[in-house]
Design a protein around this ligand. Sequence first.
Ligand SMILES: [Zn+2]
Length: 172
Amino acid sequence: MATLPIITLPDPILRKVSAPIERVDDELRTLMDDMLESMYAAPGVGLAAIQVGVPRRLLVVDVAEDGEAPAPLCLVNPEIVSLGPETRVHEEGCLSIPDVRVEIERPSTLTVRYLDREGVLQEITADGLLATAIQHEINHLDGKLIIDFLSSLKRDMVVRKFKKQARSTEAL
Ligand SMILES: [Zn+2]
């Protein structure tokens, strides 16, 4: 297993729409393992393949709390089947946008269909943080980021900050 570098703003790849995965094979399982390791190392509760530079529809999540047994989930080609009527507000962070948190209201439950590690079709109903995390990661697969939930003024401020940071890093 390997820890992969996580791509951050303002890298334009984060805006790419990820393509469906045709086959769940050993190569993809290696990517899943590397993504899980990278997510745990960050640490974070979710990671989409595009965040490590792979524009394919794959995400990993684990919302188990400290002290609980790990509960990794790998979702290939996830599709939302239904969203619940209630909503939940959560202050979301993103490994690709360090130190920025955005309060986002999303449906508090959802049913999602996906292929698992073995390529078997699964369907789960999630709530709470897991429901939030899955929606956040599916947004990544469509090139959508948490800053898109901000007003355009605030979003521009965040993007400018990251562009400035990127320039000063290059200068070193
Ligand atoms: Zn994110």
